[in-house]
Design a binder for this molecule. Structure first.
Ligand code: AMP
Length: 139
């Protein structure tokens, strides 16, 4: 497995070098909106410390991230009055990973509504409105 690349896009978000629409942070984790949302409210949870994915993460990183994943999963269900929530996580290119900093996708789901195809840039105003709904649910 390759080494962690400190110039990956999520590392740049953590350093404030590129913008993101964050909805939650604590000492160890950050949650922000996915720019290519596959459902309304699609967001990502990452550790603040470096690791590529599940294969090199420490137990401490995983514990912190999973706690935030649960917090945000509950928040999106409330914010979008969702019937369920999908959590996705990919490891290495062969496993579907494109950004090599550990992240969990959180996708609020409505009964009978399919996820949109991947790779389509979202509407930034709409993503910002969805972020506000998540933040209100967390408050
Ligand atoms: P994957 O590594 O396959 O889990 O995919 C990376 C995810 O990161 C995709 O859902 C992208 O839409 C998302 N993504 C890529 N760049 C950004 C960014 N700058 N801000 C927010 N989400 C991003």
């Amino acid at each position: 497995m390759s080494e962690y690349d400190p110039d990956n896009i999520f590392a740049k978000i953590l350093r404030g070098e590129i913008p993101s629409t964050s909805v939650y942070e604590d000492d160890e984790t950050l949650a922000f909106m996915d720019i290519m949302p596959r459902t309304d409210g699609h967001l990502l949870v990452i550790p603040k410390t470096p690791c590529r994915n599940l294969l090199d993460a420490s137990p401490e990183q995983l514990t912190a991230v999973m706690s935030t994943v649960q917090k945000l999963a509950k928040a999106v269900v409330q914010a979008f009055d969702a019937d369920g929530v999908t959590v996705q996580q990919f490891n290495e290119a062969a496993g579907g990973q494109e950004v090599f900093h550990l992240h969990f996708h959180i996708l609020p789901r409505q009964e009978g509504v399919a996820m949109r195809p991947p790779g389509n840039m979202g509407d930034f105003d709409l993503i910002a409105k969805h972020a506000e709904k998540v933040k209100a649910a967390l408050a």
